[in-house]
Write a protein that binds this ligand. Structure first.
Ligand code: SF4
Length: 230
């Protein structure tokens, strides 16, 4: 929670009291991006608090509870001060927060570095500003929440967006493969990612299944976990 402490210091120093958008933040930190085609790059993460789902494999349950209200300009300043190559808004579920659009647009407008938003697929992704990259989950049956997806989001995908399936088992793989084919998903977005649950389903098995079936998707390990990083 190193990042959270630094935000608190900044916030206490503010006295403007104006109409500045805030978001409720669980934590901020810098690490290696591990779950998209941007994997491997240094990334400033802003984890917003609160989630409307409860996936069986969730590894960020600590983000369910309220965090700290932080003004958007403070987060932009912390990103600028970091040496990170990209910035990612994650959660929880970022699109739940009224201040999300202001945050995403402000990060984009500070110039030059990709802005990623991880979303669980249950909220309308047209709320994501132009030029910001959605990494959208499609929840498989193994998540326990696959009914929560907003199916209209498939039609809202933009060329720069990426779609991620987190796979718990072979059943999830087959379900995801059917979904990819039915929606011709690789033509709708930049990349389709098949990400096995770390420590549960070996990535090598998923890779072999993709080879056997000739699926036009990418197998993806959670690189930050493979590196032993946050
Ligand atoms: S959507 Fe993400 S944060 Fe929410 S329960 Fe699922 S894995 Fe956890």
């Amino acid at each position: 929670m190193r990042g959270q402490r630094s935000i608190r210091r900044r916030r206490n120093a503010r006295r403007d009291g104006g109409l500045i958008a805030t978001v409720n933040v669980c934590e901020t930190f810098v690490s290696i991006q591990g779950e998209s085609t941007y994997a491997g790059l240094s990334c400033y993460f802003i984890r917003l608090a609160g989630c409307n789902l409860r996936c069986r494999y969730c590894d960020t349950t600590y983000a369910y509870v309220p965090g700290l209200d932080v003004p958007v300009p403070d987060l932009v300043a912390e990103f600028r001060a970091s040496k990170a190559a990209i910035v990612e808004i994650t959660g929880g579920e970022p699109l739940l927060q009224p201040g999300f659009r202001e945050l995403a647009a402000a990060l984009r407008d500070q110039g030059g570095k990709p802005v990623l938003v991880e979303t669980n697929g249950s909220m309308d992704i047209s709320a994501i500003p132009a030029g910001v990259i959605a990494i959208m989950d499609v929840k498989c049956p193994g998540s326990g929440v696959s009914e929560a997806m907003d199916p209209a989001n498939i039609g809202r995908l933009r060329p720069q967006d990426e779609v991620k399936f987190v796979l718990s088992d072979r059943q999830d793989y087959e379900w995801a493969g059917d979904f990819v084919r039915r929606h011709n998903l690789p033509t709708r977005c930049h990349a389709v990612l098949f990400s096995p649950v770390f420590g549960k389903l070996p990535a090598k098995e998923v890779g072999q299944w993709i080879l056997d079936d000739g699926l036009p998707v990418r197998v993806q390990v959670q690189l930050h976990k493979a590196l032993g990083m946050k």
